[in-house]
Design a protein around this ligand. Sequence first.
Ligand code: NAP
Ligand code: 3JN
Length: 340
Amino acid sequence: MAERKFNVAVVGATGAVGNQMIRCLEEADFPVKSIAFLASARSVGRKLRFKGDVVAVQELKEDSFKGMDIALFSAGGGTSERFAPHAAKEGCVVVDNSSAWRMDPDVPLVVPEVNPGAVAGYTKKGIIANPNCSTIQMVVALNPIHRQWGLKRVVVSTYQAVSGTGKKAIDELLDQSRAMLNFLDYESRVYPHRIAFNCLPHIDVFLENGYTKEEMKMVNETRKILEDDAIAVTATTVRVPVFYGHSESVNVETRRPASAREVRALLEESPGIKVMDDPANNVYPLATDAAGQDLTLVGRIRDDASVANGINLWIVADNIRKGAATNTVQIARVLADEYL
Ligand code: NAP
Ligand code: 3JN
């Protein structure tokens, strides 16, 4: 039987994540019958490439989804909140990259290596949510540990690349670095402080509890994806002067005893993971290893000498690929193959 093909819309096609989603659809040879690229009125008339064809960008409107089967959204939370229900009403299933729907109990929050079966819940609202990039790479590595030994507590500190803030932030790091190396004045427009040669413990807005919104996304999304609200999670999220690739120092306490040797062996055979852990030969994951590929890299796996059942890990992934575009396209693939 011939493979079924789908009418696909990419919302936010002109953005950093949207552009990568288009490349991922091509790379995955996604079964596309027709493709529509949607963005704001500012981008109307811009031409983008898809598999050798030139496709004009159209303005996103409430009636943009007639006849569409799947829409991949990455145009911010406000746009998703307003337009995803219109897509769903037309029978077009939304895979949304923003935080707008992630914690809605009627919307599945999916990482295909972890909870592909949750996709089935798309029927409630016609929407599937893609988690935050920092959550995705962490749960890819933690899920096997949770299934085997149970997670009691997770303490994570992130080192997040500027590409997570979009193109303007990439330009700001470039401009500031150039200015400083030439002893020139610099401006900070995207971040509240200089990002070049600096680390900012501030991602997204501060909340009343003293955490940032990015930190609370990691706490709440991790529990939802791993389907266990008893896991204690605390996060500190930090922006660092790196272009692509988020790194994370993760300390876990397991409910049942686990050794670093056992964790390493388990992760070596777990989906979506590459273990890079040979410190004697300076082998550990770097942002530069992660950039441009789709695996979650794990290294520095060691017993925590300060607590019983404690393990330390260093987890790195490409924030725009596995953290956003790749994961979205992988969700769409599960949806297309198993549910549509
Ligand atoms: P970006 O480079 O600034 O791109 C934003 C895109 O949204 C552009 O295509 C823009 O179109 C479009 N857009 C903005 N307002 C719109 C509107 N009112 N109607 C239609 N289109 C609109 O940002 P980005 O870095 O790609 O990120 C986009 C979104 O993806 C973020 O806001 C976030 O929700 C999500 N994201 C998720 C993760 C994750 O952790 N999973 C990571 C990064 C981003 P124009 O070019 O026409 O302005
Ligand atoms: O800062 C990062 O490294 C990831 C940024 C993600 C992001 C940026 C703007 C808005 C999000 C997100 O996915 O959580 C959102 C949002 O939709 O809330």
